[in-house]
Design a binder for this molecule. Structure first.
Ligand SMILES: Nc1ncnc2c1ncn2[C@@H]1O[C@H](COP(=O)(O)OP(=O)(O)O)[C@@H](O)[C@H]1O
Ligand SMILES: [Mg+2]
Length: 504
């Protein structure tokens, strides 16, 4: 390439806001469409009508397929613009500052409704004549809180009274983050510390899409931070390039734009971690910098996140043992998460994984102490789950088992979108019965997440159930949101109980 061509490329690229290498990638294809197989991905994402017009104006012949690419890229840009406009008009920046109604404060300390809900379910199941052996664990709360329900409730009421005095006013509201100090004081009174649970990594998984992985991830993350027995510090890792969790947990500015969209994603951090070379200190420095920058705040106090982006990680990287550019070690994500937990003093990390069994999903599974399989109580999901287990056995374990001394993460099944019929307690038990058969190695959690408008409304509002625009939206009031959050609280307590027992 002579100097004048170089200068031309540089000036056109500058005009279009593209790098010179992206621009020269496109120019090479104009000269020789067969050369398209060597063009870096960034150049393709930079194909716009503006860029193609500039190329034509400089005498290059643009192949037809690039015009088609420009259409696709233009459409994606329009969607992005529309999204920002919507978010701006909804004024989401203020949404996350909306306070919690005093009517549900007590749920943040000790949720007495949990007791009734589990009892109701137990009673219904016992009378249903279905072959289930669901057992409501009467002792669970006293183990986790270290005292009986009566004592916890009494203390919880005392703290609510203190909050009322502090806020003064007829309908005292309090922001989520303002509840945390009271919660900490409550725990101190009961002698509970978030450090009672040693650092844990949970993978939320399912091979099927749309079963509720992302909803469960955000739901239980909020529960660990806000309504579990202790106010844990939680790190959510979005390992699904579709970015649903990133979307639901993104803070936005007044202009409607996501605050942290320029921060490194989990894939960027993994690539930097993979590239660490002990002989070159700058590689370690780069990794540390990217890792620190990748941990961002979310609308839920005490919940941070490492975001996903659309980097085609699975297409580029496979699991392997070499240091090559295209291979990654099976425990790389585990190390990254451990480093992040150390850096940010997190107690619990929750990975939202992909609905497939490609590289990122295998890394997520390999990283976990605890794996929660989300499924709906229907044959369709049960079948997919059975196939998934066999695939993990045949295709994943041999790849991730290292020197062979490998054990499964603790695995559980969690039912989501469980339907109630008109009668409140008539759960769709026909489907569930088979699943509560406890012969298996993999237990079903006692907690079930019911189908609810609270979750669908939250996703329509682009947020998690912890930062609904108001505590009351489209007819859903604070009590309903509170009782729905209680299901995630229940799940958090079950997991806490499991870990506290193991720690003893
Ligand atoms: N318990 C539930 N009740 C009602 N809708 C739900 C529930 N769980 C998930 N959904 C809805 O189902 C859709 C898919 O859920 P999502 O969490 O994104 O699944 P996944 O991450 O497994 O693909 C979303 O629109 C979500 O709002
Ligand atoms: Mg998802």
């Amino acid at each position: 390439m002579d100097n004048s061509t170089k200068n031309e490329i540089n000036s056109v690229a500058k005009e279009l806001g593209m790098t010179a290498s992206e621009m020269s990638g496109l120019i090479n294809v104009c000269n020789n469409p067969e050369g398209r197989h060597h063009v870096p991905r960034n150049a393709w994402t930079a194909v716009t009508f503006k860029a193609l017009t500039a190329l034509q104006n400089h005498g290059y012949i643009v192949p037809e397929f690039m015009v088609e690419q420009a259409k696709l890229n233009a459409e994606a840009t329009i969607i992005e613009d529309v999204e920002v406009l919507i978010q701006k008009s909804l004024n989401v920046a203020n949404r996350d500052k909306k306070p919690v109604s005093s009517r549900i404060w007590s749920r943040f300390f000790f949720d007495s409704d949990l007791v009734n809900e589990s009892r109701d379910l137990q009673e219904y199941l016992a009378s249903s004549q279905l072959p289930s052996n669901y057992e409501y664990d009467e002792e669970l709360r006293s183990r986790v809180y270290g005292c009986d329900d009566y004592t916890a409730l009494k203390l919880s009421n005392e703290f609510v009274k203190e909050m009322k005095t502090a806020t003064l006013g007829p309908y005292p509201h309090m922001a989520l983050e303002d509840i945390i100090p009271y919660k900490e004081a409550f725990c101190a009174r009961l002698g509970l510390s978030r450090k009672d649970v040693s650092k844990k990594i949970i993978n939320i998984q399912a091979k099927k899409g749309g079963v509720g992985k992302s909803s469960v991830t955000t739901g239980v993350a909020g529960a660990f931070a806000m309504t579990a027995s202790r106010p844990y510090r939680v790190l959510v890792i979005d390992a699904d390039g579709q970015g649903s969790t990133t979307h639901l947990l993104s803070l936005r500015g007044e202009d409607g734009c996501k605050l942290y969209s320029d921060r490194p994603s989990i894939f960027d951090v993994l690539m930097a971690s993979k590239a660490i070379d002990a002989r070159k200190s700058e590689t370690t420095a780069l990794y540390n910098q990217l890792l620190a920058d990748s941990i961002v705040d979310t609308p839920i106090p005490n919940v941070s996140m490492i975001q996903a982006n659309d980097f085609p990680f699975d297409q580029k990287i496979k699991i392997g043992r070499s240091n090559s550019a295209t291979e990654i070690k099976a425990d790389e994500l585990r190390h990254v998460i451990e480093d992040a937990m150390e850096k940010g003093d997190f107690d619990i990390a929750i990975i939202d994984s992909r609905p497939d069994l490609h590289t990122a999903t295998k890394l997520s599974f390999a990283a976990a102490d605890k794996a929660i399989n989300v499924m709906r109580p229907c044959g369709e999901d049960r079948d997919a789950y059975r196939g998934y287990l066999k695939e993990i056995a045949a295709d994943v374990v041999p790849e991730i088992c290292g020197d062979g001394n490998w054990t499964l993460p603790e695995m559980s099944v969690l039912f989501n979108q469980v339907t109630k019929t008109q009668n409140q307690h008539r759960v769709n038990m026909g489907q569930l019965a088979a699943c509560f058969d406890r012969r298996g190695f993999i237990k079903t959690t006692n907690t079930m997440i019911f189908e609810s408008r609270v979750i669908t409304s939250a996703s329509t509002m682009d947020c998690s159930i912890w930062s609904m625009p108001r505590e009351s939206i489209s007819g859903i009031n604070a009590q309903v949101i509170g009782s729905f959050r209680a299901q995630f609280t229940s799940l958090a307590l079950e997991l806490e109980d499991e870990w506290l027992k193991n720690n003893k």
